[in-house]
Design a protein around this ligand. Structure first.
Ligand SMILES: *Cc1c(COP(=O)(O)O)cnc(C)c1O
Length: 378
C-alpha cells in the first residue's frame, strides 16, 4: 500500500466487540498477568497503543519495527547510548540539529564515545575520518537551516563497506517525502514533535529499524525509561492520519513560495531543494518524493529591520519549531545558531539576514502577500 493509505490505516487496533473506526485508547498501564511471555508495562515498550503507533510509522518508513520516545532528543539519546559503547567512534554530519550537536559534545565524552564532525558529502573527508574504532555514521537531510542535501546512497555504501551503523534524522523530510531505509540507511529517527504530530501540540520521538537493531535499544530504553503513555499515543495516531495530506500541501506551498520569492527584488537568495538553483537539486530529485515544507531566504534588511519584519507579519508566526499546519518563521542567528557565534555561522554560510520558514497548509498566495506587506512596512 502507498503512504497515504498507510498513514490512515496502518497499525490500527481491531477491537472485536464494538468494532470502532479508530484504535481504542487503552489508558491502562498494566494488564492481565500470564505466566507466558513478558509483563505488559509502558516502560517495556509493549503496550498496544505504543505498538499501534510504531506499526504505522514503521509501515510508512518501510521498517520492521521501532520504539516511541518522549521527545526527539530522547530518541537520539537512546540511539547513541544504546547502539554504541565506550571506545567507539561515530562520524557526524557537521550541520546537524543544534540540540543533537549539544548532546554529542556534552554527553558523549561522559560515555567515552569518540566523535568527529565533517562534511559527509566530501568523500575524501569521509575516508580520512574513518578509524579502526569507527562504528557509526549519523546524518540529517535536508539540513537546518540551509536545506543542504546529503546523498543517502553514498552514505549507505560507505557504511556497508566499513561495517558501520548508518543513522538518519529524517525529521525535516518526513516519511512522506523520504524513506531512507529504501536507500540502504540502517536507522531512522524523527522528532515527532514536528511533522508527525503536525499541530504544534505534541512532543515525542521515534526510532525505526530492523528488529535486530531495535532489539539492541531495548535494554537501554527500559533502563532509562523515556517512554510515553497511551493517551499521547492516541493523539499521535489521530494526528498521523492526515500526515500525507498535510505534507503534500506543505510541499506544494513551499515550492510555489520558493519559486515566487526567488523573483522578489528584496530577497537576495532562497534556499529550497526543489529549486533548480539549489546546488543539490539533482540529488534531492533522486532521493526525495517531495521537497518538504522548509525553506530559508536572505532578506535585504539590517538586523533591526529583520526583527521589525518578523513582527509585521500577520499570518506567518515568529516561533521556533516546525512542521505544524501553521507557517512559522525564525531567525537562526537569534535562535538555533546563536551559540555558534558570528564567525562560526559565517564559516557555515549562515548570514545575519537569513530567515527560516516552516511553511504550513494556509493558502500560498496569502503567505506571499504577508511577506510582501511586512517588507513594505519596514
Ligand atoms: C526538533 C528536532 C529535534 C529534537 O526533537 P525534540 O522533539 O525537540 O526533542 C531533533 N532533530 C531535528 C531535526 C529537530 O528539528
Amino acid at each position: 500500500m502507498k503512504a497515504s493509505t498507510l498513514a490512515v490505516h496502518a497499525g490500527k487496533i481491531h477491537e472485536k466487540d464494538y468494532k470502532p473506526v479508530n484504535s481504542p485508547i487503552f489508558t491502562s498501564s498494566t494488564a492481565y498477568y500470564t505466566h507466558e511471555g513478558e509483563c505488559q508495562y509502558p516502560r517495556y515498550y509493549n503496550m498496544p497503543a505504543q505498538e499501534s503507533v510504531v506499526k504505522k510509522i514503521a509501515a510508512l518508513e518501510g521498517a520492521e519495527t521501532g520504539y516511541l520516545y518522549s521527545s526527539g532528543m530522547a530518541a537520539i539519546a537512546a540511539i547513541l547510548g544504546g547502539l554504541f559503547t565506550k571506545g567507539d567512534h561515530i562520524i557526524f554530519q557537521s550541520d546537524i540539529y543544534g540540540g543533537t550537536h549539544f548532546f554529542i559534545t556534552k554527553e558523549l565524552p561522559k560515555l567515552g564515545i569518540e566523535f568527529s564532525f565533517i562534511d559527509v558529502n566530501n568523500s575524501d573527508a569521509l575516508s580520512a575520518t574513518f578509524r579502526a574504532n569507527t562504528k557509526g555514521i549519523y546524518i540529517e537531510t535536508p539540513s537546518n537551516p540551509l536545506l543542504k542535501i546529503t546523498d543517502l546512497e553514498k552514505i549507505a555504501a560507505f557504511a556497508k563497506t566499513h561495517h558501520l551503523i548508518s543513522i538518519i534524522d529524517n525529521t525535516f523530510a518526513s516519511p512522506i517525502n523520504q524513506t531512507p531505509l529504501h536507500h540502504g540507511i540502517d536507522v531512522v529517527m524523527h522528532s515527532g514533535t514536528k511533522y508527525l504530530g503536525g499541530h504544534s501540540d505534541l512532543i515525542f520521538g521515534v526510532v525505526v529499524a530492523s528488529k535486530e537493531l531495535v532489539g539492541k535499544l531495548k535494554e537501554h530504553s527500559i533502563n532509562y525509561g523515556p517512554c510515553i503513555n497511551g493517551a499521547t499515543c492516541g493523539l499521535i495516531e489521530r494526528s498521523m492520519k492526515t500526515l500525507s495530506v498535510r505534507v503534500h500541501k506543505q510541499n506544494e506551498n513551499a515550492l510555489w513560495l520558493a519559486e515566487h520569492m526567488e523573483r522578489l527584488p528584496f530577497i537576495d537568495k532562497v534556499y529550497y531543494p526543489g529549486l533548480a538553483s539549489h546546488p543539490n537539486h539533482d540529488v534531492a530529485k533522486r532521493q526525495m518524493k517531495g521537497f518538504g515544507g522548509m525553506l530559508s531566504f536572505e532578506l535585504q534588511a539590517t538586523e533591526e529591520q529583520i526583527i521589525r519584519f518578523m513582527n509585521a507579519l500577520q499570518v506567518v508566526y515568529p516561533a521556533v519549531s516546525l512542521g505544524g499546519v501553521e507557517s512559522l518563521i525564525t531567525s537562526p542567528v537569534y535562535t538555533s545558531h546563536v551559540k555558534i557565534g558570528k564567525e562560526g555561522r559565517t564559516a557555515m554560510g549562515i548570514k545575519d539576514n537569513l530567515l527560516r520558514m516552516s511553511v504550513g497548509i494556509e493558502d500560498a498566495e496569502d503567505l506571499l502577500m504577508d511577506i510582501q506587506q511586512a517588507y513594505k512596512r519596514i
